[in-house]
Design a binder for this molecule. Structure first.
Ligand code: C2O
Ligand code: CU
Ligand code: CU
Length: 509
């Protein structure tokens, strides 16, 4: 099926642009693709131990390095989580994605800029037994990217069944700043997820209509009651909120600040000291955690209590646990990870100079800096989540969803709904320019010191009644990509749209 034949455009001139055949055309299609490394990733069903007693049926990714160098594949044993892929920036990767599930799936490389046909959008899903080949150069800076399924209407449940993995990109600049970046020697992945289980230890997927899927058990790297034994020295904690819907307010139990060195798009220009960090689904944060001062003791990574919003028309709060399909309310306080710190350190890694971020968006380089394109987040009658009043339609791109390659542009998320949304854009990193807080700040004040608004982001928290202005430069790849709420049930339920990156040199546009 030729997807382009089915596209219907509401933007003036776009149809002409398409029929000219000049878009999107993969830049690389002219020359043969010569990979530095070839990898296979297989989606399959298996059983893993999570709780004591019966093993849990999960869907998982298994990886294998087939040939080449510059990329490593580290499978994690005894968990449903997929492999950690670690690639040097600039490497060319070919991935054979085999779908051994009994339903359609597709793999999406979250945060990476890849050609349109490698983005893993719903329309690119493959059926059971099929293989999709991805070929792309890793052009992004060092950073904590990840991958997960993205099939039509089934993303949330496939992720809930276990499908997710890390795609860590490193480069020599990062290695200078953070020792061991290239090998992960000082890295500790901390993938935070929540799940409900039935009485036979099987995943129970029972999402709430408003909030999405909230589990009453919090897992780290696929393990319940997670506990690490670490040395009294510094580690890099590479935290991913891989949950479908839950928001975390991360803090140390002993009130030591979180030293933030990186976000979605890699290292910050300077470490930030935060008493807590808010992390919504899809977001990442790199923490430089130095346990030297807590030798011989325990420290717990917690989620602190906060008010997630959810008031409906001024009526009673929907924040009660019982209303969410989980006994653990969104905004409740709980432990995530217990770190038992030993008495002896074998190495003493220290942080080097963090890399500058030369790009700064302002009125001099963003022509619509003072009039960002508005994207209104709302719930319509009948519990339909919308963006600018629209729902997901794989064939549709509207005029305000068309952007030019290499031309900086500002967008503004406007949350007219009662709950927070983590807004994600594929194939780009943006910077947060400005937050306009809600007029009523009782919920906001429980979270707003924890927002991560420096550095490069691909997913940003937009609190109820808040506006968040961002700016970015799309490219180098052109074509159709997507943006959506990363509460996966909202995404599957329609809170997702296409956007189109076009060539600014096209006459008449
Ligand atoms: Cu992790 Cu379409 O996103
Ligand atoms: Cu994505
Ligand atoms: Cu949402």
């Amino acid at each position: 099926m030729n997807r382009r034949d089915f596209l219907k455009f509401t933007g003036v001139g776009a149809a002409a642009l398409f029929s000219s055949g000049l878009l999107p055309a993969r830049a690389s299609s002219m020359e043969p693709f010569v990979p530095d490394a070839e990898i296979s990733i297989t989606a399959l069903e298996k059983y893993v131990p999570i709780l004591s007693g019966a093993q849990t049926k999960v869907w998982s990714y298994e990886g294998q390095l087939l040939s080449g160098s510059g990329v490593t594949v580290q499978n994690l044993s005894g968990t449903y989580l997929g492999p950690i892929l670690r690639a040097q920036s600039g490497k060319k990767v070919r991935i054979f994605f085999h779908n051994n599930l009994a339903e359609d799936s597709v793999l999406h490389p979250h945060g990476l800029r890849v050609p349109e046909d490698c983005d893993g959008q719903p329309m690119q899903a493959i059926g059971p037994g099929q293989t999709k080949i991805y070929e792309f150069e890793v052009i992004d800076r060092a950073g904590p990217y990840w991958f997960h399924p993205h099939p039509m209407g089934r993303t949330a449940e496939q992720v809930a069944m276990g499908m997710a993995g890390l795609f860590q990109v490193w480069d020599p600049t990062e290695e200078l700043a953070v020792p061991g970046a290239s090998t992960g020697a000082n890295d500790i992945p901390v993938i935070i997820q929540d799940r409900n289980f039935d009485s036979s230890n099987q995943f129970l997927y029972n999402p709430n209509m408003l909030w999405g899927y909230l589990g009453s058990k919090v897992l780290v790297n696929g393990q319940a009651n997670a506990a690490f034994s670490l040395e009294p020295r510094a580690y890099r904690l590479r935290i991913l909120n891989g949950s479908n819907a839950r928001t975390y307010k991360l803090a140390w139990s002993n009130s030591m600040p979180l030293k933030v060195i990186g976000t979605d798009g890699g290292l910050l220009p300077a470490a930030l000291s935060k008493s807590y960090v808010m992390l919504m689904p899809g977001e990442r944060v790199d923490i430089w955690a130095d346990f030297t001062s807590v030798a011989g003791r325990q420290v717990i990574l917690k989620s602190l209590s906060f008010d997630p919003g959810g008031m409906m028309g001024g009526g009673g709060g929907m924040g009660g646990g019982g209303m969410m399909g989980s006994s653990l309310a969104n905004g409740a306080s709980f432990n995530i990870l217990t770190v038992s710190v030993g008495r002896k350190a074998t190495v003493k890694p220290t942080l080097g100079p963090l890399p500058a971020i030369p790009t700064h968006f302002d009125a001099s380089n963003v022509s619509n800096f003072n009039s960002p394109v508005p994207f209104v987040l709302a719930m319509q009658m009948g519990m339909t989540w919308t963006i600018n009043g629209r729902v997901y339609d794989p064939m549709d791109v509207a005029a305000d969803e068309m952007v030019y390659r290499d031309v900086p542009i500002a967008w503004e998320w406007i949350n007219n709904s009662s709950i927070p949304h983590p807004m994600h854009i594929h194939n780009v990193m943006f910077q947060v320019l400005k937050r306009t807080p809600p007029s009523s700040t009782s919920s906001y004040n429980t979270v707003n010191q924890g927002f991560l608004d420096t550095g490069w982001k691909d997913t940003v928290i937009v609190w109820p009644a808040e506006r968040v202005k961002i700016a970015m430069t799309f490219g180098p790849h052109m074509g159709m990509y997507m943006y959506h709420c990363h509460i996966l049930e909202h995404e599957d339920m329609t809170m997702m749209r296409n956007y189109m990156i076009m060539d600014p040199m096209m006459p008449g546009m």
